[in-house]
Design a protein around this ligand. Structure first.
Ligand code: AQP
Length: 338
């Protein structure tokens, strides 16, 4: 973390681009919950990121409430952590513009998520989709956050945020003004894969609902999806090395391990040699046990819009108090008349 002197602070976010799923829970939200007691935390609903691909305005609003309700249902306490909506704190966009002038085109050209999301016809992708990693850097740096809990898919964007912070500090001669934020990625569940294709990540925008376990799924839906999950015909191996080249089996064992708190080796000690006919029902029971209470609370909270709005308004005010100060300092540093 070089010589940054500020407090340890956590920032992370989720896009309101669809239904929250098991990957978002294990890769991100569950980690958030674990950090709120020990760190100064900012958990954001990144709606400005979501619109980098077209969102139906009505659905975007619904999905925004859905993400806030999911945060709270999973155990984030808005009295401890700051829960905020990105578009409600203009300092994110202000800093993003300044950082756009620090980041280099060559850095953005290397971002694999842009290539994946833009597909073959990248000329038709939005400018926002291309520049989004810089907005993400601004989201983090506007709070001078030192730690960012994310899933594996965000690793490259975090490296870019560090590059932007370092270049800003060097170029303007303000050593350690911005911290170089540390990604917190490791741990089981950092990369949950699609139930239909063990080589593709579980994603909100997957067109197949069968590929994704949503936090809002009821017990029947969860059991049905796990029963139908793609697998291979072999029984489970008795050690982790045997999962190599078996992406679907590795994914299901990984989910079991992440939710049970046991290592994959330990899970295979119990299930090695068994077919999926035995493993899948055990996995379904475990997923239902862990997600059903969250799903029930999520449905209750989603109906209480007035409360969710209060949480967001309070969060925006607390966030702006920190973010506006950073932007004022940055304006001074870059030479704007303030
Ligand atoms: N499959 C996953 N496994 C582990 N972690 C995951 N995350 C997302 N998918 C998985 C983590 O969840 C956080 C929020 O992600 P996001 O909503 O900001 O963006 P995303 O990574 O693009 O998520 P989706 O669900 O795939 O959304 P769409 O389909 O809209 O792009 C991040 O910390 C992410 O790492």
């Amino acid at each position: 973390m070089t010589g940054f002197k500020g407090p340890n602070r956590v920032f992370s976010g989720v896009q309101p681009s669809g239904g929250m799923h098991l990957g978002n829970y294990l890769g991100a939200i569950r980690k958030f919950v674990g950090m709120q007691a020990t760190h100064d935390c900012y958990f954001c609903v990144v709606d400005m990121h979501a619109i980098t691909v077209f969102q139906d305005p009505k659905k975007l609003r619904e999905q925004t409430y859905h993400v806030v309700a999911s945060y709270l249902a999973a155990g984030i306490d808005p009295e401890k952590a700051v829960v905020l909506l990105q578009s409600a704190v203009p300092a994110h966009a202000e800093l993003a513009w300044i950082l756009n002038c620090v980041a280099r085109l060559g850095w953005l050209d290397r971002m694999t998520q842009f290539k994946d999301k833009a597909g073959k016809d990248k000329e038709r992708a939005s400018v926002g989709l291309y520049a989004y990693p810089v907005l993400m850097a601004a989201d983090i740096l506007v709070y001078k956050a030192t730690h960012v809990p994310v899933g594996e898919d965000q690793k490259q964007h975090l490296e870019l945020a560090r590059d932007v912070a370092g270049k800003f500090n060097r170029e303007f001669g303000v050593a350690d003004f911005f911290p170089l934020p540390e990604p917190l990625i490791k741990g089981p569940g950092a990369r949950v894969m699609s139930l239909r294709d063990g080589t593709a990540k579980m994603s909100k925008s997957d067109p197949s609902e069968q590929a994704t376990i949503y936090l809002s799924d009821d017990a029947d839906a969860i059991a049905r999806k796990i029963k139908k999950a793609k697998t291979d015909p072999e029984p489970l191996p008795s050690d982790v090395a045997g999962l190599e080249h078996r992406p679907e089996a590795a994914n299901l064992v990984g989910v079991y391990s992440a939710l049970s708190g046991r290592t994959a080796a330990d899970v295979l000690k119990e299930f090695g040699g068994e077919g999926f006919g035995k493993f899948k029902p055990a996995l379904a029971d475990l997923v239902v046990e862990k997600l059903a209470p969250i799903g029930a609370e999520l449905r209750r909270l989603e109906a209480d819009r007035a409360y969710l709005r209060r949480v967001l308004m309070d969060g925006a005010a607390r966030a702006a108090a920190v973010a506006d100060k950073t932007v004022a300092e940055v304006k001074e540093i870059v030479g704007f008349v303030v």
